[in-house]
Ligand binder design. Structure first.
Ligand code: HEM
Ligand code: HEM
Length: 204
């Protein structure tokens, strides 16, 4: 492990006196872990729903759709926060290929965090859907007017979007494997500070 890669996760002053924070803010960390747990649960719910009775399946899918809509709202907040407060600078010794691949995976995740719920919402608002969506059986959530009851060309678009939800699921699996693999590599092979940037309890 190079000295630069293990520089402390902290608040420092640059040479020109600017304040440089080398870890993610509490808001970013809270949203990261909330969204991560919800996405992983949603994937499990989608997998489970096929192997259970139709009543249980409907309940699991209601949780899936409700959690998905919550992910959409939280991810829009996360994106707004990310634009307002850029990510902390990478540790100085981090190689260029790791910086580039981390950026690709992180922005790929934003596509998943917003694209999965949006395509799911469009799918659920489709021509065949009759009942309104009640989040967790309690909070009414609108159907998207431009697909609800769609015919012809619009119905074909709706069908394509439904397929996209499944395709994005494969992209999500790939990104999760790469992201968790990278986090474990940094923690256990490189033994650097990357994990601590997103895990406040590990900060020195
Ligand atoms: C589906 C689940 C997850 C999603 C969608 C997700 C998404 C993200 C995103 C978008 C970022 C970049 C934040 C930004 O710069 O705006 C990030 C950073 C990070 N994530 Fe995750 N994450 C997930 C699960 C995990 C897990 C399970 C771990 C740990 C094993 C983890 C560890 C980290 C770490 C350490 C960073 C900071 C990387 C850095 O300093 O550049 N994430 N995650
Ligand atoms: C965090 C966001 C979401 C994730 C990670 C997610 C993930 C998944 C996954 C992995 C599948 C199985 C895909 C396949 O095997 O082809 C699926 C299916 C599905 N999702 Fe989502 N989803 C999300 C949000 C939503 C939302 C917001 C809705 C609707 C409001 C929704 C509705 C559906 C429907 C209707 C299916 C098809 C179920 C079936 O008939 O087998 N999803 N989702």
């Amino acid at each position: 492990m190079s000295e630069a890669r293990s520089q402390p996760v902290s608040v420092e002053r640059a040479a020109d006196g600017r304040r440089v924070v080398t870890y993610y803010s509490t808001v970013a960390v809270t949203l990261h872990w909330l969204i991560a747990v919800m996405i992983l649960s949603n994937i499990v719910l989608a997998w489970l729903h096929e192997d259970v009775s139709s009543a249980t399946s409907a309940r699991l899918m209601l949780w899936h759709k409700s959690t998905g809509i919550l992910v959409l709202l939280l991810s829009l907040m996360r994106l707004a926060w990310r634009v307002a407060y850029p990510a902390p600078p990478y540790p100085a010794g981090l190689p260029a290929w790791e910086r580039t691949s981390s950026r690709i995976v992180h922005w790929g995740f934003y596509v998943i965090m917003i694209g999965m719920p949006l395509t799911g919402w469009i799918m659920t608002s489709g021509p065949r859907t009759k009942a309104a969506l009640m989040l967790y059986g309690v909070v009414p959530w609108p159907m998207l007017g431009f697909v609800h009851g769609a015919q012809g060309q619009a119905a074909a678009v709706w069908h394509a979007v439904g397929e996209t939800h499944g395709v994005l699921a494969y992209l999500a699996y790939l990104l999760i494997v790469l992201h968790v693999g990278a986090a474990l590599k940094h923690q256990f092979l490189d033994r650097d500070v990357i994990m601590a940037r997103m895990m406040p309890w590990m900060r020195r």
